[in-house]
Design a protein around this ligand. Sequence first.
Ligand SMILES: [Fe+2]
Length: 264
Amino acid sequence: MNRNILKSSLGTDSHPLTAHDNYWSRSVRESLAHQDWSQADLREQIDLPAWQGFLDDLPRDPYVNQRWKRMSWLALTPTGDVTNLGECPMAQGGAFNDAESMADKLRYYAPLTEEFLSRPDVKAFVRGWAGLWNLGAGEPILMQITGVRGKGQVDPLQGQGIHADGCKALSIMVVNRENVTGAENHLYRDKAGQHPIAHTTLAPGEVLHLRDDRVFHSVDGIRQLDETRPFERFIIIINSRFVDEFQNRILRRHFPHAILHTEG
Ligand SMILES: [Fe+2]
């Protein structure tokens, strides 16, 4: 981690970086502001087939069956570049993750590759995403490539069901979807699922933005369509402004100069 860059950001305003305000259409911003979620298609902004090329060497997720994952902690610099903060485990508290294999555990994953992170369309995506949420320099951004592949069917959430990820800013983009039925995304006002807001199935290149502190989400199980070949569905999850105290405690330990949003 480049501590000097982060240190120097502490004394400055964490204002949005207006240079990337045109990454999203006005309607995407307005929907997010008014209804706490929105959906967008990124196939014009990113080279989706190139991104799909980074799925093959993902290591297995040691905590979840049939899942593969890489993740990195990123942040904007004061000049609006994307920097890699270095290693910090995922730490979801029991309030945000009901799955016993994951809750209240430190989870370590291999980082996103330099080749992926140095792509101009990846950097533009991270900058554009940070701009959508008005993130300032030094706020940790967790970017993950994760997904499932296999035969038969799988619950990508491992029984987690309707949940929130423990942050304020969350987006989920589908990278590929092959030989798959199911995996419909559901949004609710409440964790019990009594008040549904929206149901949508994302195609590759489509992204769903959620105000995770206001909207709960779930995804249906995935089923193999053609039984002669495996199914595969990979996504990018990108989030920031954590409200999960466990995650913030671990972030503070690894990134002493990061800008966190601890509440209370
Ligand atoms: Fe989630």
